[in-house]
Design a protein around this ligand. Structure first.
Ligand code: HEC
Length: 438
């Protein structure tokens, strides 16, 4: 049943894409000369489009495009302002949307798709000319068109199918944003205790975000149950990530997809461990209640145990005032490994990262960006798992901006910053989902 639907959507999407290209091109050409005049005559052009089959319409073109690229954050109650699922709200915000896309601010940048192919890359990275569609729609007078012209965009599932374990924060939580070092931000950790008495394995997972408007990103890791027995339902302050580095399970930001491990493999949760969910909340004007959680598929046993292995330098010291300071860590891998997913991670000063493998033939890029965004940290699943041979070198490099030109700077004037788990210290990792061999 699901396969059939998928096929239909694929066929629809292919057909629709072709049409869209021609439509956008035609409309843009048609209207290049009279854009200004058009803006006064919105109502007239609406009726024109009933007969003009080449016009770009809301249902036929704009709605599915925004569903691909924008509405996972811009919906009623979402993290981004405005509800882009609503045609009237979209028309009101159209000039701002066009400006944000032309300025390269939206959608927020993610890992470079030219480096490698990741699940959902097409949704995370609109084509360079994506804004032309909005310009053509604006020029045509923002016609709504007919609902039957709508085809849902071809996109991976954003929710985990058939979870067998769902754990949520025990009680609704209202962030208070009282950390003086980080006005408007709160890092809160909650214990998600599956209540198990034997080891088990996570074979797939995805967060279930409740108050999307205030959740910037989440990190999931394991900790000893005994160490956290003092923690109550309201969690604990975790401006640092104590425990996360060695026991990382998952990192998520809006747009992040469910992580499915390959058949027969999974990440172990020990009998004496609990899961810890770190929430990064971002201030909103009113007090908002959150009770997010995670959905899992689990197995009592797997053939291959996987691990989110932290790969990157620990020894670096970023000088105050330096806007382009890099550090890296590279090592030859002792045995063959397969990399299934990557989760690049720095704190607020980081702006560029690059993880690559050196084979005997060439350098192979695994994940890269020169527009790292602390609020948009994702686990990227490789469409093709990458096999690294014994003796080949894997290197992670990060670049930071510790100067006043960085709007995310925590201390002004800047101070020297070294490795640390606190958000006002720095990290440089690509966590790699791989067989646990080290
Ligand atoms: C990953 C989440 C996310 C996605 C995807 C996203 N946005 Fe945003 N957007 C935000 C957030 C958060 C803000 C508010 C903070 C900011 O400005 O960075 C925002 C702000 C905006 C603003 C107002 C501020 C500005 O920069 O002009 C516009 C307009 C906008 N987004 C348009 C878009 C469009 C168009 C798309 C799709 C092509 C899109 N966004 C995709 C999260 C997102």
């Amino acid at each position: 049943m699901r396969l059939l639907t998928l096929l239909l959507v694929l066929i629809g999407a292919v057909g629709c894409d072709d049409a869209k290209d021609t439509q956008a091109a035609t409309s843009a050409a048609d209207t290049d000369t009279d854009t200004d005049a058009d803006s006064d005559t919105d109502t007239d052009t609406d009726s024109d489009t009933d007969t003009d089959t080449t016009a770009v319409t809301w249902h036929g073109d704009v709605r599915p495009a925004l569903e691909s690229w924008c509405t996972r954050c811009h919906f009623d109650g979402g993290q981004g302002p405005g509800d882009f699922t609503d045609v009237d709200a979209t028309i009101d915000l159209l000039p701002a949307m066009i400006a944000a896309m032309e300025g390269g601010r939206m959608p927020p940048p993610s890992a470079d798709p030219d480096c490698r192919d990741y699940l959902g890359s097409a949704q995370l990275n609109p084509p360079d000319d994506a804004v032309d569609l909005l310009l053509a729609w604006q020029a045509a007078g923002t016609p709504v068109g007919v609902e039957t012209a709508y085809t849902a965009p071809d996109a991976p599932e954003t929710e985990l199918a058939d979870p067998d374990l769902v754990l949520t924060i025990q009680a609704p939580y209202v962030p208070s944003f009282t950390n003086p070092y980080e006005p408007g931000n709160e890092y809160r950790c909650f214990v998600l205790d599956p209540g198990h008495t034997e080891d088990f394995y996570i074979t797939a997972l995805a967060p279930q975000v409740d108050a999307a408007a205030i959740v910037h990103h989440t990190v999931l890791f394991t900790r000893s149950r005994a160490d956290l027995s003092w923690v109550g339902a309201d969690g604990y302050d975790c401006f640092d990530e104590a425990g996360a580095v060695t026991d990382m399970v998952h990192g998520w930001a809006p747009g992040g997809l469910p992580l499915e491990m390959p058949e027969g493999s999974g990440i172990r949760v020990g009998a004496d461990e609990v899961l810890v969910l770190q929430m990064h909340y971002f201030a909103s004007t009113e007090s908002v209640t959150d009770q997010s959680g995670y959905a899992f598929r689990t197995a009592p046993m797997v053939d291959d145990e996987l691990q989110m292995y932290p790969w990157g330098p620990y020894e670096f010291w970023i000088p105050a005032g330096d806007d382009d300071y890099s550090a890296s860590f590279g090592l030859s891998i002792p045995v063959d490994i397969t990399i299934y997913a990557v989760f690049p991670h720095m704190h607020r000063l980081g702006w560029a990262y690059h993880l690559w493998a050196e084979t005997s033939f060439n350098d192979e890029c695994l994940v890269q960006s020169d527009a790292y965004d602390f609020d948009n940290q994702l686990t990227y699943t490789l469409v093709e798992p990458y096999e690294l041979g014994a003796g080949e070198r894997l290197t992670m490099e990060c670049t930071w901006n510790n100067s006043t030109s960085n709007p995310d700077l925590i201390y002004d004037p800047p101070i020297d910053v070294g490795w640390g788990e606190r958000t006002d210290q720095e990290m440089c990792f690509s966590f790699i989902l791989t067989s646990a061999i080290f």
